[in-house]
Design a protein around this ligand. Structure first.
Ligand code: 4LM
Length: 415
């Protein structure tokens, strides 16, 4: 049997997506075996108690550890450049487990103002319920982070590029501010993947992913991953993950290991397709504004090539007209699927104000610049001309019949 090629940090990322963390298999299986088991048998009581006491290595129960999940954790940790990782049941499981392991009543957290809707709900409702105060600030200006820091600030949470309209935050600048106060910096790297951005290089202490998205890439799993130092991961695994229990299933880990093998080629195609679609939307007469880091003039351009190695494949755009036009445009699509999520082979489109960002109050949405005419498209892997043609026909159909630019349309009030 050849050497276990674990975490060969000199490999290129494309090689790591296929080989990092691979365990040597006694039968020589090419693909990681799926250990679809809840529990592991002990040879005797002495072994069982030694494992529980931490005196002997080995598996106990799949909520505490599983060989298939271990391989995934080691692969993602290697890709992100951290010593360790912990897999979780969902991306939200990763956000909550990674943060609550280090927070307690009376602590304060600084959070970017535009983030995924359920992360907003977690911070603005649940955290507050347990006595953790939160300030949401526009982190595109790091001075706002400096102004929000308090003596009890323990964590700074960044999403970049941010959901839904791709605000880009300078991770190094925000990390430098957080470090002055010994606050941990946590970056949600879901939109970029470790192939396009490795926040550890800019000073992030913890990186989380919704592995539901690009890491898995095939729309058939809901999952998350946390990457950090060995010490931080041990603490997260021993507390919030073990006892709150949002751990990953072995089958999901096995599917993500399979999906990861094509991450490099998928991201290349995703980004190429997205650039074409962003440019198409930008020149369209019924599109008022396009938010995509790959377009000239986007504030992210200064960080492209340094913090970000690519612009990703999520685009947000402001349609002319009102909410009825936005809805009509989505309902006129024939190829593109109306669905939340991103990172799948299928191009997905959604209306943030009434879907992913409906947990925001209308005031918080307005403050974060998430309007009723904002549309988010997660560009997939189809032939780009087919994606573009579908958008073109839906826009044409919407505005050929629209009288809505004259009237107000409904204003969303829920949240
Ligand atoms: C969506 N997003 O936007 P799970 N972090 C980011 C996300 O976009 C998401 C999560 C965490 C969407 C889901 C419906 C930046 C989710 C949460 O869904 O818990 O794996 O990830 O469309």
């Amino acid at each position: 049997m050849r050497d276990n090629p674990n975490n060969k940090s000199q490999w290129q990322p494309a090689t790591m997506t296929i080989h990092a963390g691979k365990h040597a298999d006694e039968h020589g299986a090419l693909v990681a075996p799926l250990y679809q088991t809840a529990t592991f048998a002990f040879a005797n009581t002495a072994q069982g108690s030694a494992r529980f006491a931490g005196e002997e290595g080995g598996y106990i129960y799949s909520r505490l550890g599983n060989p298939t999940i271990d391989q995934l954790e080691q692969r993602v940790a290697a890709l992100e450049g951290y010593p360790a990782a912990a897999a979780s049941a969902t991306g939200m499981g990763a956000v909550s487990a990674a943060m609550l392991a280090f927070l307690q009543q009376g602590d304060h957290v600084v959070v970017a103002d535009a983030i995924y809707g359920c992360s907003f709900a977690l911070f603005s409702h649940l955290f507050r319920k347990f006595g953790i105060s939160v300030d949401f600030v526009d982190m595109t200006d790091p001075a706002n982070v400096q102004a929000a820091m308090q003596p009890n600030t323990k964590m700074v949470f960044i999403e970049t590029p941010a959901n839904p309209h791709l605000k880009v935050i300078d991770i190094a600048a925000v990390s430098a501010i957080a470090k002055q106060r010994q606050a941990r910096v946590i970056v949600d790297n879901t939109f970029m993947t470790p192939l396009l951005q490795q926040p550890r290089k800019q000073g992030a202490d913890i990186v989380i992913h919704s592995a539901t998205k690009y890491l898995n890439g095939h729309g058939d799993v809901v999952a998350g991953v946390i990457c950090a130092s060995q010490e931080d991961i041990e603490l997260i695994k021993a507390t919030t993950l073990k006892d709150m229990g949002a751990t990953m299933s072995p089958h999901d880990a096995w599917l993500i290991l399979r999906g990861l093998k094509t991450l490099d080629v998928r991201m290349e195609r995703h980004c190429k397709n997205a650039q074409v679609i962003a440019e198409f939307l930008q020149q369209h007469p019924h599109v008022r504004e396009v938010y995509y880091p790959g377009l000239p003039g986007h504030p992210a351009q200064a960080l492209l090539g340094t913090q970000m190695q690519g612009a990703g494949a999520v685009i947000a755009f402001e349609l002319e007209g009102n909410i009825d036009d936005a809805r009509n445009m989505l309902d006129s699509l024939q190829l593109i699927t109306i669905a939340v999520s991103l990172g799948d082979a299928e191009t997905l489109i959604q209306h943030p104000a009434s879907m992913t960002h409906s947990p925001y109050t209308p005031e918080a949405r307005a403050k974060a610049g998430i309007s009723d005419t904002l549309i988010r498209i997660a560009v997939g892997l189809e032939a780009v001309t087919d994606i573009q043609n579908d958008l073109a026909q839906a826009l044409e159909r919407t505005f050929a019949t629209s009288t809505n630019t004259e009237k107000q349309g409904e204003t969303l009030t829920y949240g």
